[in-house]
Write a protein that binds this ligand. Structure first.
Ligand code: CA
Ligand code: CA
Ligand code: CA
Length: 134
């Protein structure tokens, strides 16, 4: 259960390869809250994913190459390759910023229980309680 929630929270903004360890998922949630109002809008989730793309795109050519994805997988753990294959919508072997930001926001959608396109403070709190195993 705990692991599932961790993956879910990471999936809130992360593309597949970034399941983080320990408190990483909560840190991701908090980092996504760009205006620090305690809730995360879909736009904030998209923005956070764009930032992550920027960090991974080491040569800044606007695409994640195989080598850049491998580096991310080494940092981020295991669930990488399948997710990357899914992300490459036009099958050109590299992931564009649009392909990454257009990936489904499964974690976001799961946390946003009332479907208002905002993960509210109490929806985050619910996730936090699960993540901390209480
Ligand atoms: Ca916010
Ligand atoms: Ca690149
Ligand atoms: Ca592509």
């Amino acid at each position: 259960m705990r692991l599932a929630w961790l993956a879910l929270a990471a999936g809130l903004i992360a593309a597949p390869a970034f399941a983080q360890q320990g408190g990483g998922a909560l840190a991701l949630l908090q980092a996504a809250d760009a205006n620090h109002d305690g809730s995360i809008t879909r736009a904030e989730a998209q923005f956070a994913r764009g930032l992550m793309f920027g960090r991974l795109d080491a040569d800044r050519d606007g695409y994640l190459s195989q080598a850049e994805r491998s580096a991310a997988d080494r940092r981020g753990g295991d669930q990488g390759q399948r997710g990357w294959a899914r992300a490459d919508a036009n099958h050109d072997g590299r992931i564009s910023r649009a392909e990454m930001t257009n990936l489904p926001y499964r974690g976001f959608d799961r946390l946003d229980r009332n479907r208002d396109d905002v993960v509210s403070a109490d929806e985050i709190e619910r996730a936090r309680i699960f993540l901390q195993g209480r």
